[in-house]
Ligand binder design. Sequence first.
Ligand code: NG1
Ligand code: ZN
Length: 530
Amino acid sequence: RLNFSKILAGFKKYPKPNRDLEYGTAGFRTKADLLDHVVFRVGVVACLRSMQKKKAIGLMITASHNIHSDNGVKIVDPLGDMLEQSWEKFVTDVVNSGEDSFEEKIMSIIRSNEIDTSIDGCLFLGWDTRPSSEHLASIACEGVSSLNGTVTKIGLCTTPVLHYVVRCHNDPAYGKASVDGYYDKLLTSFEKLWAKFDHIKKCYSPHIYFDGANGVGAITMEYVSGKIGDKIEIDLHNDDIKTPDKLNHCCGADFVKTQQKLPLSIPAKPCARLVSFDGDADRIMYYFVDPENQFHLLDGDRMATLIAMFLRQIIQEAELDVSLGIVQTAYANGSSTKFITETLKVDVSCVKTGVKYLHHEALKYDIGIYFEANGHGTVIFSQRLKDEIKLKLVSDNEKITSAATTLSLFVDMVNETVGDALSDLLIVETILHAKDWDLSEWEKLYDVLPYQMAKVTVKNRNAITTTDAERRCVTPVELQPKIDEMVSSFKFGRAFVRPSGTEDIVRVYAEAVTQAEANELALRISILVY
Ligand code: NG1
Ligand code: ZN
C-alpha cells in the first residue's frame, strides 16, 4: 500500500546536503536552512511510528533556547513523552539516507517493527515563533502525507502544550486534547489550590517580573496573566515575538542560567521575584537581586527540592504510604544532592543528561520529581498513587481528606508529559504562597557550591565517551586520571566533561568552594580536553 514514488518525490524536492545529522538529546537541531529534507523525512518516520503504535504521535518544530536562525524537530511518543530510544536510530538512518537506499531503510523499519501499513498514521503538529518554523512545519506535513497520514495542526504553541495534547488524544482520561483544555486543567486546579492556602501573607508578594525570551512563552503568559491576574500580577517583559532576532537574545532561562545575570529589560528591583522561560517554554528559572545588588539564582535543583519538601509533608498528612524520589543529572549542584539525602532524607538518583533519561528513572517512584539544573523538569505520579488519593478523599478524617484534596489538585496542575515552564511556575507560586515565602526564604534551604560551565571545540567530540551517568570519562583513556588529579587539588572540587548532544562541542562542568576556584578548575579541565 505504500507509495514509494510519493516519498521519493519528497526526497528529490528536498535534497539532502552533504552532511549527516543525528537525533540528539532534543531531536534534530541545526541551522534552519539545513532542515528542509530533515523535517520531510521525520514526517515520514513519525507517520510510521504512529502506524506501529496505532496511536497519535506529535511533531514539534523548535530549537528551544538556540539563536533565531536555528531550528529543529522532535518526535513525541503516544503518552506525550520523548520518542523511544530504539526509534532514534531509525529516524537518524532515514534522515541520512541517499535516494537510492531510503526504500530499503523504510522497508526494514516496517519489517522489524511489524508495522501494518494499512493503518492510517495520525500526527499532531506544533511550532514555535521562529521565522522558519511555519515553513518547516508545512514540509513536515508533506512527509506525513506521502504515507497518507493525517495531520492536526496545533499551530503556534509551546513544546509542553504539544506533548500534553498528544497524551490527551491517546488517553482521554488525562484531559481534553486541545490548547484550551490544557489551560483549563492547569488553571482550574491552580485556582482551587490557591484558595486552600488563602491566608494573610507577610512575606509572599503577589508580583512577578516575567521574561518571555521574546518567544512563544510570552504569549502563554499574556493569556495566563489575564486569567490569574487577581492572584499574581504578572509584569510582562521580553514579549516581542515580531522581531525574530530578539528571540533568546540576552534573555530567557538558558541565558540567565549560563550567564548568572539579569536578562535584558528585567529591572534590578531589589528582592523582586523574577522569572524567565526559555524560547519554547519548557524551562524556567527564578532569580532575584538582593539589596547589595548581588544576583541569586533558583534553578532546577532548587525547584526539585522545594517540590519534594512540600509533597513529602502532604503525603504524610494524607497518611499515604508511597515512594517519593528526585532524579537529577551530573549538572545538579553537589550541595543540592547533599541536602536531599541528608536533610530531606529523600531518595535521589543521577542519570545521563536528557529528559528522556530523567523521565524514565522518575517512573520508578510513586511520586518522581525530575529536574535538570537548567530548569527543565516536572513531577510524575504513579497510577497507584492516584488510586490511593481517591480512597483518601473519602476518608472520615478531615485532616486526611484535606491533604488528599491538596494532592489531587496538585496532580492536576502538573503536566506530567514533559518539563513545562507554565506548570512549574504555577507549582512554585502555589508552594511559596502556601508557605508565605519569598525567594530569599526559599534560598535559605541550602547554600550552593560555586560552579562554572565551559564549552570546548574539538575535532571529534564523540571521541569522548563517558560512564557513571556521565560523571567519568572512559575514552580517551588518559583523560579521566588527569581530571581526577586536577580535581583533587581543589577543595570540594568536582568536575566532569561530556560531549553535548545538541551542539558540536564538549561541555565542561566544575564546582569548587569559591567562584574563582570553580572558574579556575573549569579552565584547567578545558585545557586538558583541548
Ligand atoms: P546538551 O547539549 O546535550 O548538553 C542541552 C542541555 C540539556 C538538555 C538539552 C536539550 C545542559 C548542560 N544541557 O543538552 O540539559 O536540556 O540541551 O535541550 O544544560
Ligand atoms: Zn526548551
